[in-house]
Design a protein around this ligand. Structure first.
Ligand SMILES: *Cc1c(COP(=O)(O)O)cnc(C)c1O
Length: 413
């Protein structure tokens, strides 16, 4: 099975003349269309908002595109807050959903007027002490044994995140007594999940909680946030989540639970990362060597420092050998990088057409948690990021690191 590409072999050869491999390239047109699809699906929901999870693709150009489409930013560190600020986001267009948070980051979030989503009940007093309590506050709920989670994120009861159910009720009461006026409720219990009904179950769980919290404490929720976690079809045989179906099912639950109880309007928000940019980024790399020992290897000029997911989670990323799309997949290779770690592989025992050095490989679905997870182990430098504009032009949106960058933090004197 194949996966479509927004560029041809000739296009890529032209790009490589100017920007040597490896690089990540993002498809602006597809990112915009995807963003519009999500917003259109939820246009029934009062003041619907997607806060793009900045960690997935922390590039200012991508964030500006998403800002133009009406998205906010979900930040979890000082650098991500500053990035959101630098692209012109402020106030309640930013949600600060962090954990184990240092005081100076809360101070920055308060300065920006961001929505603060607390990860722990003890942070109510910590925030009050260091940055003062805002008028609006949100809490992250961890349902523990009540939900199963999924393979990537694990079991909620094993996860470090969020308030227990009991703490949530206590926390809202405490915040109200301290003068907080507006409230939000957040959770994130799945990651890379392709079953829309698991996300619907999250919505139902939060709607039920909104009702219960209102009935027991009198605290009325202004918004719910379902977190991130919607998956993307990394395998060619998988299908993307149908956002219209998702929206219909969530609307049904909203009407049954929220409207019915007189608690509308309740704002619906999300902080998706992967499904917003993931399928629209590609890591382009050139084959340096072939090696035949106990297994057959092809070695790329990219390595796991450019894309860590296969090594980190055994994640599947589809690979296209440019110009050989129609050839039979009659060879089996491990596709490797150059790190001195044997898990530095993009694919293991992958069926591919016969590869020769100089072939250009496209590794798909690197638009989220790709370049973002990069690192410098073994002295490998982080690659450039390019933007394929809707008119076919290519823009450099982050240059490749140089040795000067690498040595910038040490002094040889
Ligand atoms: C990682 C993360 C997200 C985004 O997750 P995706 O799987 O990229 O959608 C959203 N919110 C929080 C708190 C996260 O940690």
């Amino acid at each position: 099975m194949t996966k479509a590409l927004p560029f041809s072999k000739v296009d890529i050869e032209r790009i490589i003349e100017k920007y040597p491999t490896p690089f990540h390239i993002y498809d602006e047109k597809a990112i915009r269309e995807n963003a519009r699809r999500l917003l259109a699906a939820f246009n029934w929901a009062p003041r619907f908002k997607e806060f793009f999870a900045v960690k997935a693709a922390p590039n200012p150009y991508l964030m500006k595109i998403l800002k133009e489409e009406g998205f906010g930013a979900d930040c979890s560190s000082l650098a991500e807050l500053v990035l959101a600020e630098k692209v012109g986001l402020a106030g309640e267009d930013i949600i600060f959903s962090s954990n184990n948070t240092p005081a100076h980051e809360f101070i920055k979030a308060r300065e920006l007027g961001a929505i603060i989503n607390l990860d722990d009940i003890s942070h109510i007093e910590y925030l009050e002490k260091h940055a003062g309590l805002p008028e609006l506050i949100s809490f992250r709920y961890n349902p523990g044994p009540l939900r199963g989670g999924n393979a990537i994120i694990g079991l909620p009861q094993e996860a470090k995140y969020g308030f227990t159910r009991k703490q949530l009720f206590e926390g809202y009461g405490m915040a109200r007594d301290k003068g907080v006026k507006r409230f939000g409720l957040h959770t994130m219990v799945v990651s890379n999940e392709l079953d829309p009904y698991s996300y619907v179950a999250t919505a139902e769980m939060l709607f039920d909680l909104v009702v219960e919290i209102y009935q027991t404490t009198g605290v009325r929720m202004e918004f719910v946030n379902f977190g991130g976690g919607i998956g993307i079809p990394y395998h060619p045989e998988e299908k993307r989540v149908d956002v219209n179906l998702l929206s219909r099912e969530i609307k049904k639950a909203y009407e049954e639970k929220i409207v019915e109880q007189g608690l509308a309007p309740l704002r619906i928000t999300m902080e998706l990362g992967r499904m917003i940019t993931g399928p629209f980024g590609f890591l382009v790399s050139t084959v340096l060597h072939k090696k035949e020992i106990y297994k057959n290897y092809v070695g790329l000029d990219a390595c796991m420092a450019n894309l860590m997911r296969p090594a980190l989670y055994g994640a599947y990323h589809h690979i296209t050998v440019l110009g050989k799309e129609d050839r039979p997949l009659d060879h089996v290779y491990d596709v490797t990088g150059s790190l001195c770690e044997n898990n530095d592989k993009f694919a293991i025992d992958r069926n591919l057409p016969e590869i020769t050095p100089g072939d250009v490989l496209v590794i798909h679905d690197t638009g989220a948690h790709g370049h973002a997870m990069g690192f410098n182990y073994n002295g490998r430098l982080r690659s450039a990021e390019l933007l394929l504009r809707p008119d076919g032009e290519v823009k450099l949106i982050r240059r490749a690191e140089t040795l000067d960058d690498y040595f910038a933090t040490v002094d040889f004197k």
